[in-house]
Write a protein that binds this ligand. Structure first.
Ligand SMILES: [Zn+2]
Length: 168
């Protein structure tokens, strides 16, 4: 079984050790993400590499998960695989922001421990499209619903009557 990731870590200490954290986290621990999921019973897989040998303290990694979303077209549940990458320069004060390379985002270290959950959650939230839909065809449910709507529209269209009267 894959190892469980810690929800928080001392990023500074991890960077000094050039540590790598790798493992899974239940999606249910990600509260903001859970709110938009149809079902939050799955888990994410992530790798976090802490570095200190490049002139600055860094954290980069990847996160992936198969999210259970609601299709915005047919409103049926669907599995949506997402993945994201992140790269941070760890700083102890805002005055060091310009020491962070341009391809990394400054991350201000506050307190003794930082949230692993927040970083991964932000990344997953960014990777979800605003209007997630089944990639190709939606379910039969949608087709049936469309058909019903079409029939309903024709029934309620007052011009349908006029069309019949027009015939000489
Ligand atoms: Zn759909």
């Amino acid at each position: 079984m894959p190892k469980q990731l810690p929800e928080t870590a001392d990023f500074l200490k991890q960077a000094e050790r050039n540590a790598t954290l790798e493992g899974v986290l239940p999606l249910a621990r990600l509260e903001r993400l859970s709110e938009i999921l149809n079902d939050n019973s799955g888990e994410l897989f992530a790798k976090l590499h802490f570095t200190s040998g490049t002139g600055y303290l860094g954290l980069h990694g990847t996160v992936e998960a198969s999210l259970d979303l609601v299709c915005q077209r047919c409103l049926q549940p669907m599995k949506y695989p997402v993945s994201g990458q992140f790269k941070f320069g760890l700083i102890t004060s805002e005055k060091y922001e310009d020491k962070v390379p341009s391809d990394a985002e400054p991350y201000l270290l506050e307190g003794d421990e930082q949230s692993v959950v927040d970083i991964l959650e932000d990344e997953l939230l960014l990777s979800i499209p605003i209007s997630a839909r089944h990639p190709n065809e939606c379910s039969e449910f949608l087709q049936k619903q469309n058909e019903e709507r079409r029939v309903e529209k024709e029934k309620s269209n007052p011009f349908a009557v006029l069309k019949n009267l027009k015939i000489d």
